[in-house]
Design a protein around this ligand. Structure first.
Ligand SMILES: [Zn+2]
Length: 544
């Protein structure tokens, strides 16, 4: 389970509540006057019975042991954990992905983190501060110890189009240019000179198009005048203060756009200084569809030093091919990474999420038993152990950006994150689970899980955290959300937080393995039904 920063949380919360309706948020108490089905002739019962408390304990003793050093993403700990998962899959005879030329349990992932070490902007000796007066993004700029000049070229809109080009006759190589957002519009007709209609071209909508041209022309820095810098700062503060990594290894990938900083109109005025008349004149020409430029003498400097770090790791995949619909996939997921260690303290994350990882092994084993007895499921079932969850759902973000199985044929995601403990509310009543997300994209998915529970398990299904306005917003805080974001119905099983959550005290001796067996069985029954029912489940909710 991912700790989310408050800013984003409240933002998402307000969006969710204002824009969208409500979801199931009460508690389903099973009807115990009807007995659960226990007849082993029922295949679902037969294979679910393979989920064992002893085996779960064995898995957690390894995954949450000190020797794995808290399983921080990109460390020896996740390497050892992933090796254990692969070895277990191999031992049960469950193979890796079967694709031509590829038979492996490990799916390599990489995350590129860029952040500013130091950046300032100086105009005529006056210093301006990032996120207060201007914006610049570390993933849009080269590492620049210093960019300095005594002249900036005002270059209108910075457009280079067959219909209109600010670059005509302009010598910009190794120069700093200052441009406006948008494109020239005929003041009489309101039409763009580029599209010839009221519709704006992509020069207006995609600033990177301008920055790419500037790069091609050899411009060393583009200053983009942002008329509403306050709003832009508000919208991008989080991106700058808590940068999320790019999916992949971009350490040596050249940046395709010119160095860029987005400046306030006040900074622009300071640069224009005594040349306001000339700039106004140029603007009038431009508004007639004729490019114009102004050379502005100014004492300008900016430093942009940044740090780029790449973390490499791997997701682990086990695959059972379906016999009737091999090209339809159900993905069961659990993140296997955790927080690592701080000093001598090791965060073993027994509940978070060795519990879900071990449970997934047991569910995989149950499916594999079915295969070995000739009862292969109709649809393909994918077991996916994800890394990078604690660093921002990275393993699942990477997966959906680089899917191993086509997302459009991925019919559901079942995610387990923290399934081995009992929270305060359910002290003395372990047979409960919080269910999150089930009704948000597919009422079929929700109904199936409810039915399987009534038929086989009789657990209390608590939807408190599924409420759109729940302050914890758990729906956005584990890996299922990466799938849901792509329109894949997702259901998330979670036991709630406790005093050891994200503490070094989250240890195996506090895990309730009997409870885990019951949760694991429900998940198996739901997955088995999803894999074997005649029709694939329908998507009837909206991505939020
Ligand atoms: Zn966590």
């Amino acid at each position: 389970m991912n700790k989310i920063r408050l800013f984003g949380l409240f933002l998402m919360m307000s969006i969710t509540v204002i824009a969208f309706g409500q979801y199931k948020s009460d508690i389903t108490i099973p009807d115990t006057t009807k007995a659960v089905i226990t007849d082993p002739k029922d295949l679902s019962v037969r294979y679910a019975s393979n989920i064992s408390a002893d085996e779960l304990k064995n898995h957690l003793m390894v995954l949450a042991s000190d020797s794995l050093e808290g399983r921080e993403t990109g460390t020896a700990g996740t390497k050892m954990a992933s090796e254990y998962l692969a070895e277990e899959l191999s031992n049960m005879g469950l193979f890796a992905q079967h694709r031509p030329g590829l038979n492996r349990y490990f799916e390599p992932v990489a995350f590129t983190f860029s952040k500013w070490l130091d950046t300032d902007l100086f105009v005529n000796g006056r210093r301006f501060r990032l996120v207060w007066e201007y914006l610049a993004y570390p993933d849009e700029n080269e590492n620049n110890y210093l960019i300095k000049d005594n002249e900036i070229i005002y270059l209108g809109y910075g457009i280079d189009d067959p219909k209109y080009s600010d670059y005509k006759k302009a010598k910009v190589k190794d120069k700093i240019i200052m441009i406006r957002m948008g494109e020239p519009v005929n003041p009489k007709t309101g039409n763009s000179y580029i599209t010839g209609t009221a519709q704006k071209s992509d020069w207006s909508t995609d600033i990177h198009k301008k920055l790419k041209v500037a790069k091609e022309k050899g411009v060393k820095l583009v200053l983009v005048i942002d008329e509403d810098i306050k709003a832009s700062i508000e919208n991008n503060r989080r991106r700058l203060l808590f940068p999320s990594p790019k999916m992949g290894d971009f350490l040596n990938t050249p940046i395709e756009t010119a160095n860029a900083a987005y400046i306030s109109p006040e900074i622009a005025s300071l640069i224009i200084n005594e040349n306001a008349r000339k700039v106004e004149k140029a603007d009038r020409k431009i508004s007639k569809g004729k490019p114009a430029k102004v050379e502005l003498p100014v004492d300008f400097a900016t430093n942009m030093t940044k740090e780029v770090k790449v973390i490499k790791d791997r997701n682990v995949i086990g695959f059972i091919e379906g016999k009737k619909h091999p090209n339809e996939y159900i993905i069961l997921s659990a993140h296997y990474d955790h927080l690592g260690k701080r000093g001598d303290e090791i965060f073993n994350g027994a509940d978070d999420n060795a519990s879900g990882s071990g449970m997934l092994l047991e569910i995989a084993n149950a499916f594999q038993r079915a295969v070995m007895e000739g009862n292969r499921p109709d649809r393909s079932v994918v077991f996916l152990w994800l890394t990078g969850e604690e660093k921002g759902l990275l393993g699942s973000k990477y997966y959906v950006e680089h899917p191993v199985f086509p997302l459009e044929n991925t019919i559901a995601n079942i995610n387990t994150d923290m399934v081995g403990r009992i929270d305060k509310k359910y002290e003395g009543n372990p047979d409960y689970i919080y269910v999150i997300g089930s009704d948000r994209l597919s009422s079929d998915l929700h109904k199936i899980n409810e039915e399987m529970n009534q038929k086989y398990c009789h657990l209390t299904l608590d939807y408190t955290y599924n409420a759109a306005d729940d302050p914890n917003q758990y729906y956005y805080r584990s890996d299922h959300y990466s799938f849901a974001k792509h329109g894949i119905p997702a259901i998330f099983f979670f036991n709630g937080v406790h005093e050891d959550y994200h503490r070094a005290t989250d240890e195996v001796d506090k895990i309730n393995f009997d409870k885990m067996v019951n949760i694991g069985k429900l998940i198996f029954h739901t997955a088995w039904e999803l894999a074997n029912r005649p029709e694939r489940i329908k998507v009837d909710g909206e991505v939020k």
